[in-house]
Design a binder for this molecule. Structure first.
Ligand SMILES: C[S@@+](CC[C@H](N)C(=O)[O-])C[C@H]1O[C@@H](n2cnc3c(N)ncnc32)[C@H](O)[C@@H]1O
Length: 364
């Protein structure tokens, strides 16, 4: 089936929006750094550029996000190289024409932005381009059909990188359904299909990410976060990977903006809307954010967490954002459970990692 023969569906649009919004956050971060001369973006499964209705796909959205930053790019004289790959010859030709004309609309930008096109199988191209991915600040999109390229062969390489952020697409429920087939087994030796089968169907993408996380070598700083996507009866998802806290903060801020209930899906993955109703037998159950606040409170009261630095790291480890913990710490101060010598609890990336402010939470 040729994906681009039909319009992008609603779930695809959510995925593309996530790709695009992350690029919007990523590009200025690197463009604005004085010491950098060159940054790279890779779209290894780029498609044609637009769907049949002219809705932009990932490569066009990436170009748009680059163009948005033209002022900064000109000022900093930084080069952005956008690598676009598409295996299918017909799609590849469409890709070249749509992307080249898009970039041409922006006069002067060609001095700073280069588009590199490849018509290759990812399997061949990835090892060839890997030295660039590893040596430069890179943003990598892996919008595969299916799951095959989630294998260790590629995942372990990305684990070696220190300044690479990636967004991997996976058709997670397919592994659960077809994981026993040889075709899957030979590629996905890093995934326990039985475990996926024993997982609540809606949470299959979360479990997949969890399994990949457990597989990361202890020497790597790579952090992985899932964003599950439901389309009809299928569960797909994006796996975000990065080694730097700043990247993690940017990604989690986006996903919690998309879904303030759970921050990791485009649907009610934990059935939380039903929790709002009072449970006759167990009383009021807590939502994901409420239970997280409860845990934060306990950890501060037991002094397992004593500072904003420890707290923010705990927040990100658990896929939350600073705001969730910030409210909880403020409430604890108000209730005279703790004291801190600061106007705010400072559970933000800005305070902890940029300004390096340390706030001690003392139990009263
Ligand atoms: C999910 S689509 C990508 C859609 C694209 N990101 C967009 O926004 O339009 C996956 C694309 O990968 C291409 N593809 C499939 N197998 C490939 C491979 N082994 N190497 C490179 N591209 C491949 C397909 O032709 C298809 O266009």
């Amino acid at each position: 089936m040729n994906l681009h023969d039909k319009p992008f569906d609603e779930t695809t649009i959510v995925k593309l929006k996530l790709f695009e919004d992350y690029a919007q956050a990523w590009i200025p971060t690197f463009v604005m750094q004085d010491y950098l001369k060159e940054i790279h973006i890779f779209d290894f499964f780029a498609g044609t550029g637009y769907d049949v209705d002219g809705v932009a796909g990932s490569p066009i959205r990436l170009i748009e996000k680059i163009i948005e930053q033209r002022g900064n790019i000109f000022q900093k004289q930084i080069r952005i190289i956008l690598h676009l790959n598409e295996f299918d010859k017909t799609k590849f030709e469409l890709l070249i024409s749509s992307c080249s004309s898009k970039l041409k609309q922006e006069k002067g930008i060609e001095h700073f932005v280069a588009l590199k096109y490849y018509n290759q199988d990812f399997e061949i191209l990835f090892p060839q381009l890997f030295p660039i991915i590893k040596d430069f600040p890179s943003l990598v999109y892996l919008d595969q059909n299916g799951v095959k390229f989630l294998s260790n062969q590629y995942f372990k390489k990305l684990e070696e990188t220190k300044q690479t952020d990636f967004l991997y697409f996976a058709s997670s429920s397919y592994i659960r359904r077809f994981g026993e087939l040889n075709e899957f087994k030979i590629h996905l030796t890093n995934i326990d299909v039985e475990q996926l089968k024993n997982t609540d169907y809606n949470k299959v993408h979360r479990n997949l990410t969890e399994q990949l996380r457990k597989n990361i070598s202890p020497s790597s700083n790579l952090k992985l976060y899932p964003f599950s996507l439901k389309k009809n009866t299928n569960i797909y998802g994006v796996i975000f990977g990065a080694s730097h806290v700043r990247a993690v903060e940017k990604f989690l801020n986006l996903t919690w903006k998309y879904n303030g209930l759970n921050g990791d899906a485009n649907f009610d993955i934990d059935n939380e809307s039903s929790l709002i109703q009072f449970d006759l037998f167990e009383g009021q159950k807590l939502t994901k954010v409420e239970s997280f606040k409860q845990i934060v409170k306990e950890k501060i009261l037991s002094q397992e967490i004593k500072t904003n630095y420890q707290l923010l790291n705990f927040v990100y480890e658990n896929g939350h954002i600073g705001k969730h913990a910030d409210q909880c710490v403020k409430e604890m101060k108000k209730a005279n459970l703790i004291f801190y010598n600061s106007k705010s609890p400072c559970v933000t990336y800005e305070s902890v990692f940029r300004k390096k402010i340390i706030v001690n939470y003392e139990k009263i």
